[in-house]
Every structure is written in C-alpha cells, then in structure tokens.
Design a protein around this ligand. Structure first.
Ligand SMILES: Cc1ncc(COP(=O)(O)O)c(C=O)c1O
Length: 390
C-alpha cells in the first residue's frame, strides 16, 4: 500500500471502531470486569491491548497506537502527555545510575536541560556529540555507554545526522539508538529503515497538526518494546482520550498538510536565498544545510520548518523585524497550520561543539498553511523595518 492509503486506513481495526469510521472516545478511569475469569484474563493480557484499567488504555488509545506503529514502524507504540514526557520516559526506562549517554549537541533545548539536571542527579553522565560525527561516534563510546540519542535535523540549526552510520557502530556494541523523530513526523523519515531502535515524536507538532493539544509517542522495536511498556507504566505515564482523538484525526490529513508546508517553505527558502540580508538558508533541501547530502539519501521530503542566518544584525534591527511581522507570530512551537517565527539568541552559548559563533543572528521559521506569496510579502515588509533599524 502507498503512504496515503495507509494514512487513511491505519488503526481502523473493527475491534476498536465497531461499525464507525473512528473509534469512540472513551472517557473512563475504571474498567469493569464481570467475572473473576474476565479479570484474570485482562490481568494476563493488558499488554496485548485488552482493557484492564484506564491508565493502560482503551480502544481510543489502542487505535492510535496501532496507527502510529503502522505508519512509523516498530513493534508497537506508547502514548505520553507531551513530547518531552516521551523523551524523558525513553531515557529513564533504559538508563541507570552509572550509565553514560551520548546526546547530540543539537538536541531540543529542554532535552538538554533534562540531561543536565534530572539525569545528572540520578548519576547518569551525558556527553554531547557533534551532529555530523557519523561513524566517528565510535571514539566517544565507553564501557558504560548505554544509549545514543539523535535528533535529525538538529533543533534550530538543522544539521542532518548519518543515523545508519551511528546505528551500525551502536549495534556492534549493543547500544540503543534513540531518535527524536519529530521533524520526520510520519511522512518525511522512516526511522526503522535506518537502524533506529526507539523513535520518539512530539505528536504536539505535525501529528496533532492544529496547535490544539499536546501529546508524545514512542514506537520501539520488538527487542525493547516490552521493557519500555513496563517502565512507562511504573512511572505512571498515560494520556487523555480527547487529545489522542485529536492526534488520530490529525494523522488522516498529515501527508496533505506536509506537502503544502513543504512547497510553501521551499518557495520562501529560495526567496530568502536571493535576499541581500540573508547569509545562510538552513533548509535540509538546500545545499547550505549541513548534512544536505544525507538528507537527500535518507529523507522522503521536507516540511515547513527551517532557519536562516543574517549577514549582520543588532538587537534593535531583529526586534524591528519580529515586531513588524503580521502573519508570522512569535511562539515556541511548530507543526500547526499557522506560521511562526523565533529568533534564538542563546543558542550559541549553550552548545559545546559547533562553529555557529562565526555566523550572523539566526531566525527560525515555521511556514504554515497560509498562501506562500502572502508570507513572502510579510517577510519583505518586515525586512524594510529591519534595514531601517540597522
Ligand atoms: C524536536 C522537538 N522535540 C520535542 C519537543 C517537545 O514536545 P512537547 O512540547 O510536546 O513536550 C519539541 C517541542 O518544541 C521539539 O521541537
């Protein structure tokens, strides 16, 4: 089956939906077991999507989990209340005191904070590695390295990682490869075709797709799924049925949306390349983007998220640019229908291993579903304010 067909049909097992197209949205904490035999059966089979207690899921959860695993790959999927909760659950399920974690230097900021605070307090040591290291990661592996965590493209600076090369080294040493696949969503990147063991999504972004719910997911290969399931439930993770319903609904239109995000973002990225103010356009499909060749090899497409750097700019000029944008709104998110902009001042100070200090100020865009020409006009008039304030 082709991708669009799978997207329309995934998770629609009659066991979950009955005669309806969509599964009912179960609002319940308690599951009633009529007989002791029923209860014993549920106790024995809750891992196989038999209802037992609300936190372990209902057909609302099971339909979404099936859809995710059918579309992203992996043995099965688990659901969390946010993307960051999913990242935390993945790391806490597999790391113990005394273990060593290799974390990509370009990880989403709060992932980094998690490593530097909670994981550190638990006695887990983190080494940040260059996102372009590829197979060279071998030199950083220690006796106690348990997990290599990837995020590709990197948050904000968009470096593409050579995940197959990293996975090859990791698997030769029985190290788990985790990927924050939020950019890859369900359309742009297939983690299990590239050696990933555990794939995490902030479903808050393109899966929900409408900026109206927060949710996280983890799919895992068969080898790791059962351990992840047990530990996630020991830690109490679950997610609310209305949010899951929104995410399942978001899945049905994800490819159609991504195609429009992609086309508009590419048009704007090319337009930015022609601007005098712009130094680099960090869009995976353009050659300025570090790791562009790997993107061409491994990804199935791009979406609405990319960054660019300016040749010059002071705080006043950047503020004038941001304050005068009308359609691009400032907000710490992406993946919804709306266009967003963010200037990231502190990025360079946080990261250990890159040369972004040599480049001008960085702006990140999320190109939404508005008309691309209107968005270009908006950027064009904001650049006039930028230039006047320089
Ligand atoms: C790459 C990436 N991963 C994870 C997250 C966290 O997701 P959530 O906001 O649902 O916790 C985000 C949020 O911006 C993100 O951009």
């Amino acid at each position: 089956m082709k991708k669009d067909t799978k997207i329309a049909h995934s998770g629609r097992n009659k066991k979950w939906t009955g005669q309806a197209v969509n599964p009912p949205v179960y609002h319940t904490s308690t599951i009633i077991h009529e007989t002791v035999d029923d209860l014993k059966y549920a106790l024995k089979n809750f891992k196989n999507k038999i209802m037992y207690y609300g936190r372990r899921g209902t057909p609302t959860h099971f339909a979404f989990r099936d859809a995710m695993a059918e579309l992203e790959g992996g043995h099965d999927c688990l659901i969390y209340p946010s993307g960051l909760a999913a990242i935390n659950a993945a790391l806490m399920s597999f790391l113990s005191s005394g273990d060593h974690l290799l974390m990509v230097d370009t990880a989403y900021g709060p992932t980094r904070v998690l490593c530097n605070t909670v994981l550190k307090r638990m006695g887990i040591e983190t080494t940040y590695y260059d996102p372009l290291i590829g197979g060279g990661i071998e030199s950083l592996i220690r006796e106690n390295t348990k997990v290599i965590f990837c995020e590709s493209p990197g948050s904000v600076t968009m470096e593409i990682q050579d995940i197959p090369a990293i996975s090859k080294v990791a698997h030769s040493k029985n190290i788990i490869v985790m990927l924050d696949n939020t950019y890859g969503n369900l359309v742009n990147y297939s983690p299990y075709e590239h050696g990933v063991d555990i794939s995490i999504q902030a479903a808050t972004k393109y899966i929900v797709g409408h900026s109206d719910a927060m949710l996280g997911t983890i799919t895992a290969s068969e080898k790791y799924w059962s351990h992840l399931y047990d530990n996630s439930f020991f830690m109490g993770y679950t997610a609310a049925p209305d949010d899951i319903n929104l995410a399942l609904r978001g899945i049905r239109t994800i490819n159609a949306r991504i195609k429009q995000h992609e086309a508009s973002a590419l048009k704007i990225a090319h337009w930015l390349k022609s601007r005098n103010e712009v130094e680099l356009v960090l869009h995976p499909a353009l050659s300025d983007c570090p790791g562009h060749e790997i993107w061409k090899r491994d990804f199935k497409g791009s979406n609405g998220l990319f960054s660019f750097t300016l040749k010059q700019g002071n705080d006043a000029a950047i503020e004038a640019f941001l304050d005068n944008l009308n359609l691009f709104k400032m907000g710490y998110s992406w993946g919804g229908f709306e266009s967003l902009v963010m200037s990231l001042y502190n990025l360079k100070k946080e990261r250990v291993g890159n040369n972004w200090d040599n480049y001008g100020p960085l702006i990140r865009l999320h190109v939404g579903l508005e008309d691309a020409d209107d968005l270009i006009e908006d950027l064009d008039q904001a650049f006039r304010h930028f230039n006047n304030a320089l």
